[in-house]
Design a protein around this ligand. Structure first.
Ligand SMILES: [Zn+2]
Length: 203
């Protein structure tokens, strides 16, 4: 692309660095902002800046939050004793959209993946074990993608808890959710949580 403006080129470079945005789309967005006379670019940049400065991880469940403790962990109407274990914040959103789960969550921050250099120590598993000790948890629902890495992660956590009385279940695998919970429709995901399957490790 031949740019008549270095400022425009820099904006296109910045927008195109986002996932899913090619240079053509980036140029269209940048030109839209050049034409705009409502300070849209300032409002967008202020909102985006807060993603880095003001968002934090919930100190209890590791979900993204505006406060030290997220709304779900601090809610008194959530069922205590049941934790849904997920990979990331998007999974929490997907499950919340189903309205089928009234307990609380624990966000691992990924799955165990030796090829990508992700070990158990890189995930919030220690934090999970502390919660299990301190919150009288009776059930864990593993809502983790049925990939090899996901299975490894479920196995690893289950093994740590094999001498405890905690009930562990996995969400039903009969549904095709393409590896990512967020792609499942709400009804399917809701059903798979309701019909979760008990899980146990062979010792
Ligand atoms: Zn939380």
């Amino acid at each position: 692309m031949n740019f008549s403006s270095k400022i425009l080129e820099d904006a296109v470079d910045a927008l195109a660095s986002l996932p899913g945005i090619g240079r053509k789309t980036a140029l269209r967005l940048a030109l839209h902002l050049v034409q705009d006379n409502t300070n849209k670019a300032q409002r967008i940049s202020a909102a985006l800046t807060r993603l880095n400065t003001d968002i934090r991880k919930c100190r209890v469940c590791n979900n993204i939050s505006d406060h030290d403790t997220c709304n779900i962990c601090s809610s008194t109407s959530r069922k205590s004793g049941v934790l849904c274990i997920v990979e990331n914040a998007r999974d929490v959103m997907a499950i919340e959209d189903t309205n089928q789960f009234s307990g609380r969550y624990h966000v691992l921050g990924g799955v165990i993946s030796p090829l990508d250099g992700v070990g158990p120590g890189d995930l919030s598993i220690d934090q999970l074990m502390n919660r299990i000790q301190n919150e009288s948890i009776s059930e864990l629902i593993m809502a983790i993608s049925p990939t090899i890495e996901g299975e490894t992660t479920i196995y690893y956590i289950s093994k740590l808890l094999k001498d405890s009385d905690i009930k562990i279940s996995v969400i039903a695998r009969g549904v095709a959710f393409g590896g990512d919970l967020e792609y499942a429709d709400e009804l399917t995901l809701g059903r798979s949580i309701a019909s979760r399957i008990p899980y146990s490790v062979q010792s």
